[in-house]
Structures are given as structure tokens and as C-alpha cells.
Design a protein around this ligand. Structure first.
Ligand code: FAD
Length: 419
């Protein structure tokens, strides 16, 4: 079982299939060094470190071992296969072009060696090629896509977590402590620990806490950065696959059906989960989404160059309270409220007139939930160059946005105490 961004035991289709074979299961995580893959940002590395340690514990608790290896995925798999005599490799699919290329190469090579190579959907409700418009294309506008998902998606029954793993004799593993994923010089992550509990258990706790109450006020509260529980905070857990969207869907629907969650609010929450899916549709059909304008007309945009402005934005020193609060929140805890992400992204691209890729890069490095699809699709959405995007002339006013969504100023005061 090759774990990637599916760091969980519950409802994990690839793991379940590997176990169903009845053979012993070798659990493996590869820190991939393939040069075509975009290196993980610093905040994501912090999360990965903790999440892998939790997964290792859970696997050991049920009698297994999680192997850590660093290198090229194909070579590493070949090495483990020959060392263990494994006759098949199981994994959950990824959707970025570089990852897909690596995976199809591996699949072909394993099959040529007469081995099994089985891949599954472990991170989306519906995969990017499944929802088609009337003319057979992919959806480029969110609302009809959301309608299509609602009409066609049927969650399958939840797959339980294994309680015992038939394991192989212990194999030599690298030491994850040697990977240097946790920052040391300096350790800028000190505020991450109190805020987050990476791993499957933390994800389950967050989901339960959210759907047991706050979800019923989601429509009103989701735009309020000053409220601690206005949104679920599930994004980093989703980004690392510590929970899958199908688990969120089933649990939320169950609350609605039992009359324990307000339907309209809970459906709005699920529609946001589907925004993530929509981003994957856009990425899958536009593999260069992180670097190229979705709308080519934007290639003619005369972006400014401004090192000083960019630094001020990154450090939360622009002088605009809600922009600075958001950028400092991001640096401190590796996460920023969605409303404020839109405000700071609009500020970078429409006030400072700097290319959205500067912002996309900074977010990639500093977000614990950095996601190849959601990050690039959302940056392009805000800049105006994306699909179904905010038009170029719609500029978020950072003052009135602050007055409207942080009326009391609590959010700004928390992150900009000098105000
Ligand atoms: P909730 O409101 O509780 O929503 C539940 C889940 O739905 C989220 O966890 C997330 O997976 C998904 N979701 C919600 N809103 C969006 C959205 N607008 N687009 C896509 N998925 C959404 N989200 C990421 O996961 N990774 C990113 O790298 C990322 N970069 C962004 C960059 C910009 C410029 C903007 C404007 C938004 C970005 N988002 C990104 C989307 C959104 O801001 C976060 O998903 C959300 O703030 C996460 O908080 P939450 O889990 O409390 O969300």
C-alpha cells in the first residue's frame, strides 16, 4: 500500500483493496524526489511530519509497520517490491499532471513485470472526468457543476478502518526525523502546534465538532473571520487525505436526515466542499493552472514589478488593517480565513497590480492546506484570469470589507495588536 495524500485508515479504498487480497500488507510512504513534482511548501512539510507520525502510530497499533523511504517513486517501489516479494501495489489517485505521469509510468512498468497495479479514488466525491455538460465537455461554471454533483453523486457505503494488519517481517526504514520536515533554523512554526492536531483523529474531531452545531449557522457565519467556529477548519486534513470528502458528505447528510442540522446551511457547507472538487476539474483539464492564465487574454496584462510592495504584503505591513491581519494570521498559524484570502488576493493583484503567481507561490509555501487545485484555481478566480472568475473590474475594497465582515474589529485586533 503506497500512501500519498491519503494519510488515513478509515474509508481508504486503496488500503481496503490491499487488505481484501488476504495477503500481508506492506505500508509505504515515499518522500518523492522526482524533479517534475512541485516541492512541498514549508508549512505543508510541517503538517506532513506530524501526520506521518500519527499514521505510523495507528499502523503499529494494529500490528503493521509504516515504511519511510526517500527517492524516485518508481525506483523506490521496485526496490520494496523486490525486497518483499509483493505481487501488487495499491494507491489512491492524484490529479496533477506531473503526479499522473509518474503514476502511469509506474503502472505500466509494474504490469510489464507481471505485477498488479491498482489505483482508486480516495480524495474526491466524483473524479474530474465524470461530470459532463450537455455537450460532453467539462464544467467551467460552478453552479451547474454543483447541480450535476447533487443529481449524480451517490456515496458508497463507508469502508471501516482495519483492526488488524497481516504484516510482513520488519523491513529497514528511513528515520522520518532525518527528513528535516519540521523547521529548525529558525522554528517559525511555534503557533501551529496549539492550533492544529494533524492526523486522522484530529480530522474526525473537527468534523464532529463542526457538524454537531456550527454547521447550522454556516451561511451567516462563514464570512466572519472573527468567529473561531464559523467554518470547519477541515482544509489541511482534506489536503493530506486524513479525511475524505465522502466521509464529510455522509456525516453531514446523516445529521440533516436525523433533523440535527439545518438543511439549507448544511448544504451550503457541502457546496463549498464541492468547490474543492470543481478546482480539481479545472486542474485536471488545464494542467498548467498553477502557472498559466486560464483566460489567455490575461497574457497581455501589464503587471507591475514591485519588490517592496510584495514584501510588505507578505509580511502584513501594507497599512491596510484587514490585509495585514490576514497575512499575519497566515504566517502565524499556516491558515487564513477564506473571506480574508479573497481580500488579500484582490489587494495583491488589483491594488498592487502584481502577478497572481507571486501570491500563489507565497500561499503554496505558507499554507498548511496548500492544495495544487484549490490554490491555483482560487488565485486565478480572484485575479480574474480564471474560470467563472470575479471580473477584473471587481476590486474588493479592503476598508468596507473589514467594516462588513469584521464589524467589531476583533479579527484585526487579534493579528495587529498595535491597532
Ligand atoms: P470550510 O468553509 O469549512 O469549507 C469546507 C471545505 O470546503 C474546506 O476545507 C475546503 O476543502 C473546501 N473549500 C471551501 N471553500 C473553498 C474554495 N473557495 N475553493 C476550494 N475549496 C473550498 N483551499 C485549500 O484547501 N487549499 C488552498 O491552497 C487554497 N488556496 C486558496 C487561495 C485563495 C486566494 C483563496 C481565495 C482561497 C483558497 N482556498 C484554498 C479556498 C478556501 O479559502 C479554503 O479551502 C478555506 O478557507 C478552508 O477553510 P475551512 O476548512 O474552514 O473551510
Amino acid at each position: 500500500m503506497w500512501f500519498r495524500r491519503d494519510l488515513r485508515l478509515h474509508d481508504n479504498p486503496a488500503l481496503n483493496a490491499a487488505i481484501q487480497t488476504g495477503a500481508p500488507v506492506v505500508c509505504l510512504y515515499i518522500l518523492e524526489t522526482d524533479s517534475t513534482l512541485r516541492p512541498m511548501g514549508g508549512a505543508s512539510q510541517w503538517w506532513l511530519d506530524k501526520s506521518l507520525k500519527r499514521l505510523r502510530e495507528s499502523i503499529e497499533d494494529i500490528g503493521g509497520q509504516l515504511l519511510f523511504k526517500r527517492g524516485l517513486a518508481r525506483e523506490t517501489l521496485d526496490e520494496i517490491v523486490s525486497q518483499t516479494g509483493a505481487n501488487a501495489v495499491f494507491w489512491n489517485r492524484r490529479y496533477d499532471q506531473a503526479g499522473r505521469d509518474i503514476d502511469s509510468d509506474i503502472k505500466q512498468s509494474l504490469k510489464q513485470q507481471g505485477l498488479g497495479a491498482e489505483s482508486y479514488n480516495g480524495s474526491l466525491l466524483t473524479e474530474p472526468w465524470t461530470q459532463k455538460t450537455g455537450s460532453g465537455g467539462y464544467y467551467k461554471v460552478f453552479t451547474p457543476y454543483w447541480k450535476s454533483v447533487q443529481a449524480n453523486y451517490q456515496p458508497s457505503a463507508e469502508l471501516g478502518a482495519p483492526t488488524q494488519l497481516k504484516s510482513v517481517p520488519k523491513i529497514e526504514t528511513e528515520n522520518i526525523e532525518d527528513w528535516g520536515l519540521h523547521p529548525t533554523k529558525p522554528d517559525w512554526s511555534t503557533e501551529f502546534g496549539p492550533k492544529w492536531l494533524p492526523g486522522e483523529e484530529g480530522a474526525a474531531q473537527r468534523l464532529q465538532a463542526f457538524i454537531s452545531g456550527p454547521v447550522s449557522e454556516y451561511k451567516d457565519h462563514r464570512n466572519r473571520p472573527d468567529l473561531e467556529k464559523g467554518t470547519s477548519g477541515l482544509s489541511p486534513h482534506l489536503a493530506f487525505g486524513e479525511i475524505g470528502p465522502a466521509q464529510i458528505w455522509r456525516a453531514t447528510q446523516a445529521k440533516i436526515e436525523a433533523g440535527n442540522a439545518n438543511q439549507a446551511n448544511a448544504m451550503t457547507f457541502l457546496s463549498e466542499v464541492v468547490w474543492r472538487e470543481f478546482s480539481y476539474v479545472l486542474l485536471y483539464h488545464n494542467p498548467e493552472l498553477a502557472t498559466e492564465n486560464y483566460k489567455p487574454a490575461f497574457n497581455a496584462m501589464p503587471w507591475r514589478e514591485d519588490e517592496v510592495g510584495l514584501k510588505a504584503w507578505q509580511q502584513g505591513q501594507t497599512g491596510y488593517p484587514i490585509v495585514d491581519a490576514g497575512m499575519r494570521q497566515l504566517w502565524a498559524i499556516g491558515w487564513m480565513h477564506n473571506r480574508v484570502r479573497m481580500i488579500v488576493a484582490s489587494f495583491l493583484t488589483k491594488h498592487l497590480l502584481l502577478h497572481w503567481s507571486h501570491g500563489e507561490d507565497w500561499f503554496w509555501d505558507t499554507l498548511v492546506d496548500a492544495d495544487p487545485a484549490a490554490n491555483s484555481a482560487s488565485w486565478q478566480w480572484t485575479a480574474g484570469s480564471g474560470a467563472d472568475a470575479a471580473p477584473y473590474f471587481r476590486v474588493f475594497n479592503p476598508i468596507t470589507q473589514g467594516e462588513k465582515f469584521d464589524e467589531s474589529g476583533d479579527y484585526v485586533r487579534e493579528w495587529c495588536p498595535e491597532l
